[in-house]
Ligand binder design. Structure first.
Ligand code: COA
Length: 336
């Protein structure tokens, strides 16, 4: 039976570091407020000429190199992002020629903070069905160009950052599931009733006669709106539920999971999930201090950095859980 192995990771963080103190020169906020509420110390912002596919290209090339494959072996691109270069076509279509590839399918995944995990699930299904053999899955975001950097937007502006991460997934025949690397399960969920609790309203086709006009801009419709408390509470509940479901499905005890790579929305969310599930702190790998919330890029950035730091090794049992706009959420259990 075919399964899916993650054979390479890569990431790219743009060089522009923006500290909490830098933000406090733009809006009424403070280093202490941001650290206490989110754990974030700094994030990266791109230069104006840089695009989301530029970040994705760097991360993808790093993943291809790390996997030790020829890029021509890639037979499908999955691109998770909420901040595409253009409204259409999707970013996968812009990334493909940048990688020097053609003809292979390029699919965008629009599931915000859950986008990368949704992408893992789609890739796993494609590979197990036999349709594709070697898939590039990339998560990349530029938030800095789309945030309200005045005091009005401070509740969201301090949380998000720019960055990209990628993995190569490949078909594998698993002989011993207790040892061989493979994705063991993915579970995906959405609750559309929460769609307006974390969203960007415009431009949009339901705004009347135009997708966007000056009045809508004055009303801030082009910036993210977030009901922080509601998102916070739902994220903890759903990430706990999804992690437990992954254990139950695979008949794995939570205490046997060796590393937890959670979506990096807020350090307090990860801490409360860990507390709720009684997961020891040292099993939770975090990158939010350095990068903030990079939405679809947080999981692959975490994978890359954990590998680099020697925290994620072949054969380890790993769980990921995510939550984001939509509301969307999910989990995956995999043997690395
Ligand atoms: C946004 C968030 C950090 C706010 O934390 P909180 O504990 O709910 O905030 P509090 O209620 O304690 O404080 C809100 C106050 O801080 C102020 N505030 C908001 N952002 C601020 C900032 N960056 N700096 C200083 N003050 C800020 C608010 O204006 C409000 O002031 P008021 O009480 O005078 O009206 C928190 O709700 C959160 O993390 N939510 C989830 C966000 C998330 O993860 N989103 C992505 C999901 S994928």
């Amino acid at each position: 039976m075919w399964n899916t192995e993650i054979i390479g990771t890569g990431m790219f963080a743009p060089p522009g570091v923006v500290t909490n103190n830098d933000l406090s020169t733009m809006m009424e906020t403070s280093h202490d407020w941001i650290v206490q509420r989110s754990g974030i110390e700094e994030r990266r912002w791109v230069a104006p000429e840089v695009t989301t596919t530029d970040l994705a290209l760097e991360a993808s090339l790093a993943a291809i190199k790390n996997a030790g494959i020829d890029k021509k072996e890639i037979d499908c691109i999955l691109f998770a992002t909420l901040s595409p270069d253009h409204e259409f076509p999707g970013n996968g279509c812009f990334l493909q020629p940048k990688l020097g590839l053609t003809d292979i399918p390029a699919i965008d995944v629009r599931q915000q903070c859950s986008g990368f995990l949704y992408g893992m699930s789609i890739a796993d299904a494609f590979i197990r069905s036999g349709q594709y053999k070697t898939i590039l899955l990339v998560g990349a975001e530029i938030h800095s160009k789309g945030l309200d950097k005045s005091t009005r937007g401070r509740d969201t502006a301090v949380l998000f950052g720019d960055g990209a991460g990628a993995i190569i997934l490949r078909r594998k025949e698993v002989k011993d599931p207790s040892k061989d690397s493979h994705i063991m399960s993915t579970h995906l969920f959405a609750e559309g009733a929460g769609a307006r609790e974390l969203w960007i309203e415009g431009p949009g086709m339901n705004l009347g006669a135009e997708r966007m006009n000056h009045q809508m801009i004055e009303e801030n419709k082009q910036f993210p709106y977030m009901n922080g408390k509601k998102v916070f509470m739902n994220a903890i509940r759903r990430m706990c539920e999804a992690t437990l479901l992954a254990c139950e499905t695979n008949k794995v005890k939570l205490e046997n999971i060796e590393l937890f790579l959670f979506h990096q929305a807020n350090m307090r969310i990860s801490q409360m999930v860990a507390q709720e599930l009684k997961i020891p702190e040292e099993k939770v790998f975090s990158t939010i201090q350095k990068y903030g919330n990079t939405t679809a890029a947080t999981l692959p950035i975490g994978m890359s950095e954990a590998v680099e730091a020697g925290r994620l090794k072949k054969g380890m049992l790993v769980a990921s859980a995510v939550f984001g706009s939509g509301f969307t959420w999910g989990s995956s259990l995999y043997r690395w």
